[in-house]
Design a protein. Structure first.
Lengths: 461, 172
């Protein structure tokens, strides 16, 4: 705690001293799933994804509405913030783009032409852009605002470790790509978080999974969930899955004992092109063409889905084994897009490599906002970390806005809808149990909105 | 139930699985999982004694036949390989949902409900009472509860929609 502002109470010349905690705003934006969060004295006060307010799924724009909500909930204005923390480092990402381009020239010209203007205009001038966008949230003093840019994977690692219930833990982050790192192993101890090992672009488990997501006809960055749901339709005893797995391991990816992977770039197109895969080469390998979206799913698609799911699980388990070797810890914290692969998480848990596992629920880029803010608090400002003894510090991930009865009544008036208002929730719960037992489907809208992609209380039956 | 929910409520692909919310204390009764999973991020198998015997040619059956083969007493949330994506519900973090599960258990013996996100395909999860109500009215959901307000579909006036709302959200 420190002196935050001095308020002159007018002619009486009395001064009131107001003490506020250290307040940090975390932002992730401009890639996919933008989000904002506010932490005060290291405690997560509010967090929300922009898509919920704008109704645009995976909205990548600056999170104006989410920021407004977080600040309002915390009772803060922008000038009262100690820092605004952005979830990645613009220059590093820019360098990767540049180096990839040179490394693969001249094939990459098309991708470069397409993405370059955006990067140049938006990311290089990120500070300026953020300042301008922030003005849409509210008035503030541009000269006073402090901005910090922790590395992408440090933000992810921080989002997994700091809210975890452990005093000490191994931290594994796996996703598509941040700056150069595509996966990292860290060690968290007290307030310290140290990066021990990193896997570098273009070798990426997240991008490998995304390449298959694309080839099987789903959208990259959002269809990965569908691929995971599809995999169990694959026939585990059939020849296809075994054959596909062999093809993948012999041609596409080399898995080392320490869990690091090497992707054969001859088969991929994401480094230089706008598509994920070299479709003709894949068709030759697997014996069928890229599946167009919304067309019929056949057994062969499911079998390939199961093969890549099994390969992914193998890599995740090897990476975790390496994290165990490097840290010797009993506890593991997971984050990054691949940590949302709950099938792999389940397998990992059953190996018993770690006694305890905590997974950041907002494991994708939205969680980056939270991680960035926590990294700034504990690493940049060097503030101590307290473990409260709760299940974890995410508060069930119910960190979003809550609707008042007044808002519900206004909505009901607008739609001239009919409702019964219960005075007592216990009575309502009994009625709902009867409704559900009769086989009805119920929409459930209660309390604070969840942060992260899972609906932790939505439509139930 | 999985078919109804996928096609009539979520308007999404019929192959996609559903996840159970279960009272944290009851988790081991149904699943091979002995720790928490509050964020629906861990998949575990349905307990062996809860599984139904499968036909010998199960893995060779056409996709949809396999999907609709009875696999357990909690069919809608038992995926083809007996796995389930579990959400353990805890009194401390979600008292109302916990209470609902307790009441449901008192009535049916199951402290478990199928849970899916409150949205249609391509739409972000609902945020305001208005989002919820519109989603409720446009799908075949039977009831909606917001805070202590209970809405029954039968009692509602028709929703006046401009244009085809299914084009409002691009498919994901």
């Amino acid at each position: 705690m420190f002196l935050k502002r001095l308020v002159n109470l007018g002619s009486s010349f009395k001064f009131a001293l107001q003490f506020l905690g250290m307040a940090i705003l975390g932002i992730s934006a401009f890639y996919h799933d933008s989000a904002a969060c506010v932490i005060v004295d290291g405690k997560i006060v509010a967090a929300a994804q922009e898509e919920r307010f704008t109704r645009k799924k995976h909205d990548p724009g600056f999170p104006v509405e989410a920021t407004k909500y977080c600040l309002e909930y915390a009772g803060l204005n922008i000038d009262e913030l100690d820092a605004l923390v952005f979830y990645d480092k613009p220059l590093l990402k820019f360098e990767r783009l540049l180096e990839t381009y040179y490394g693969f020239a001249p094939k990459g010209l098309q991708s470069f032409m397409m993405s370059m203007p955006v990067w140049l205009k938006e990311k290089m001038f990120l500070k300026k852009l953020i300042k301008e966008e922030l003005a849409k949230v509210g008035e503030y003093d541009k000269n006073k605002l402090k901005m910090l840019f922790p590395e992408h994977h440090l933000s992810h690692a921080a989002s997994a470790y700091y809210p975890s219930p452990y005093e000490e833990a191994a931290v594994l982050t796996i996703d598509g790509v941040g700056e150069w790192a595509t996966a990292s192993i860290c060690h968290g101890k007290g307030k310290d978080l140290t990066i021990l090992k990193e896997l570098k672009f273009p070798h990426s488990l997240g991008l490998l999974y995304s390449a298959f997501t694309y080839y099987l006809g789903f959208k990259v960055n959002s269809g990965e969930y569908k691929l995971m749901g599809l995999a169990p339709y694959g026939n585990p005893d059939g020849e296809n899955v075994k054959r596909f797995k062999k093809i993948i391991l012999e041609n596409l990816v080399d898995i080392k004992d320490d869990g690091s992977i090497w992707l054969n770039q001859e088969y991929f197109n994401y480094a230089t092109g706008l598509r994920m895969t070299q479709n003709d080469k894949w068709a030759k390998l697997f014996g069928f063409k890229v599946r167009e979206g919304e067309t019929n799913l056949e057994q062969i698609h499911c079998d390939l889905g199961l093969a890549i799911q099994q390969v992914t699980e193998e890599v995740v388990i090897k990476m975790a084994t390496e994290a165990k070797r490097l840290t010797g810890s009993d506890n593991l914290c997971l984050a990054g897009g691949v940590a949302l692969n709950c099938v792999a998480n389940g397998k990992l848990q059953r190996t018993g490599i770690f006694n305890n596992i905590f997974i950041q629920p907002a494991a994708g880029d939205a969680g980056g906002a939270l991680g960035a803010a926590l990294a700034a608090y504990h690493i940049y400002y060097g503030k101590e970390r307290m473990v409260s003894g709760a299940m974890d510090e995410m508060q069930g991930s119910y960190l979003g806005p809550e609707n008042s009865d007044k808002e519900v009544e206004l909505m009901a008036r607008k739609y001239k809808s009919t409702f019964i208002k219960y005075q007592n929730f216990d009575e309502l719960a009994k009625e709902l149990a009867t409704i559900l037992a009769d086989g009805n489907v119920l929409g459930w809208h209660q309390g604070r909105m969840e942060f992260g992609p899972r609906a932790l209380g939505g439509v139930v039956f | 139930m999985q078919k109804k929910l996928n096609l009539k409520i979520k308007y999404r692909e019929s192959f996609r699985p559903f996840a159970p919310s279960v009272l944290a204390e009851d988790c081991t009764k149904h699943f091979e999982h002995n720790t928490t999973s509050p964020y629906m991020l861990i998949v575990a198998d349905v307990n062996k004694e809860k599984r139904s015997p499968l036909p010998p040619n199960y893995n060779e059956l056409p996709l949809m036949d396999r999907l609709y083969t009875k696999r357990s007493d909690v069919q809608a949330i038992t995926h083809l390989d007996f796995s389930a994506r579990i959400q353990t519900v805890h009194k401390e973090t979600n008292p109302r949902y916990y209470k609902l599960l307790e009441e449901f258990k008192a009535k049916t013996g199951y402290g478990m409900l199928v849970n899916t996100s409150f949205n249609v395909r391509g739409e972000p999860i609902v945020c305001t009472p208005e989002d919820s109500y519109r989603c409720f009215m446009r799908t075949e959901m039977d009831y909606l509860v917001i805070n202590n307000f209970l809405f029954s579909k039968k009692e509602q006036p028709a929703l006046k929609d401009k244009g085809d709302w299914r084009k409002e959200f691009a498919l994901d």
